[in-house]
Design a binder for this molecule. Structure first.
Ligand SMILES: [Fe+2]
Length: 391
């Protein structure tokens, strides 16, 4: 009798990493597979992978040096079968300097234009790209009250900007983001600073995650009810609008009103293509509610009282930001943050519609280079409201 091959396994990360995050599991590939190829998984393994992905939010597959770029978008076939054939950031990389997303100088891979090269440092003749000066963005360029030189020298860091990978205009956010580490610099660990004074040790350049499901659970019953009845309207051309804005020290919102690019000065836009989403999204596998707000890009809120149908609109920007921040800051505690410590070869696959993530660290202070591949395929289906009728 042939020996049955061991199936794919999902192993939750150790308790000291998982804490209360509800995030993080390692994928142990089936015995027959060394490099991940989602197209070669059996139906049973596909199902285990899919359930593990939506239950754990962040999956890690170690030692994947050698995978081809297409693997990053083939993953979307498994988790979002109706995805569109291009990146949620558009068919081409954003290079318009009016858009804050152009600041990292990243570039698509010519043979796989769905995949973006991101990182830190100078790159020449890599994957047919020519020259790149990759910028690892950090709090110093974006926070209203950045860390002092002394604090940085002492190893402190902060989240740059919490977000989902979402254009918030035209292309719907992908369900899954895949990241693959090509080169990882060896630099000293850092200490993540929290507003209440707590400190969490993190690897330099760790990618930070918190769960939208954990965030929803951290709310009071009244806040949950408000969130369930509320739709978030995003700013038109949000990333151009916040180009000169500065963030709060937790990276969750914009600190002050006043530096927004005014609407007449934005690139032309079609109001029909500006996104509005329910505040609470349904996990497509386990049905749990996830609070999902791109806090730096909010513009107005509409809340519908389910018993009367009455609508309340909040459109004063400072108040919109304050309300959203009050909900999201409840989850930003060390016990709720998973910080992925990158190793060369890592393939990290996360539920972009179920978690928030952020860059951390100050890699620009070091000469060693970091190279990652990133892919988030645009979806054809909008996020599903947890409470129908909230949108
Ligand atoms: Fe991102």
């Amino acid at each position: 009798m042939p020996h049955p091959t061991a199936p794919l396994q999902i192993r939750p990360l150790p308790a000291e990493l998982r804490k209360s995050t509800r995030l993080g599991a390692e994928v142990v590939l089936p015995e027959s597979m060394t490099l991940f190829d989602p197209k070669l998984l059996s139906e049973t393994d596909q199902q285990i992978f899919r359930t593990g992905f939506f239950d754990n939010g962040v999956l890690v597959i170690r030692d994947q040096t050698g995978i081809q770029p297409h693997v990053l978008y083939d993953i979307a076939d498994l988790l979002d079968p109706d995805h569109l054939p291009y990146h949620s950031g558009g068919q081409k990389q954003v290079t318009d300097s009016r858009n804050i997303l152009s600041q990292n100088n990243c570039s698509r891979i010519p043979r796989a234009p769905q995949v973006t090269v991101i990182g830190s440092g100078h790159v020449e003749n890599y994957e047919g790209i020519g020259e790149l000066d990759l910028q690892h963005l950090d709090q110093s360029s974006f926070h209203e009250y950045p860390l002092s030189e002394q604090e940085i020298a002492d190893g402190l860091t902060r989240p740059y900007r919490w977000h989902m990978d979402a254009a918030l205009y035209e292309n719907l956010p992908g369900i899954v983001t895949s990241l693959h580490a090509i080169e990882v610099p060896k630099v000293p660990k850092q200490r993540l600073q929290f507003p209440q004074g707590e400190i969490m040790d993190v690897a330099a350049g760790a990618t930070l995650f918190f769960s939208g499901a954990r965030n929803f659970d951290a709310l009071s019953p009244e806040e949950q009810e408000f969130a369930l009845n509320t739709t978030v309207h995003y700013a038109p051309r949000a990333y151009e609008m916040i180009r000169n804005c500065k963030a709060s020290s937790d990276g969750l919102t914009i600190e002050n009103v006043g530096r927004e690019t005014l609407i007449p000065d934005l690139p032309p836009f079609d109001p029909e293509k500006v996104h509005s989403f329910p505040m609470v999204w349904t996990n497509p596998s386990n049905g749990l509610p996830h609070l999902q707000i791109a806090g730096c890009c909010v513009y107005s809120l509409t809340t519908i009282d389910p018993s009367t149908g009455n609508k309340t609109v909040v459109s004063e920007l400072a108040e919109v930001r304050r309300i959203c921040h009050e909900l999201q800051e409840k989850v930003y505690r060390p016990e709720n943050v998973y910080a992925h410590s990158w190793q060369k070869g890592d393939l990290v696959i996360f539920h972009n519609r179920g978690v928030m993530h952020s860059i951390s660290g100050q890699l620009a202070h070091f000469k060693e280079r970091r190279l990652l591949w990133q892919c988030n395929m645009a979806s054809s289906t909008p996020p599903k409201a947890y409470r129908q009728g909230s949108q």
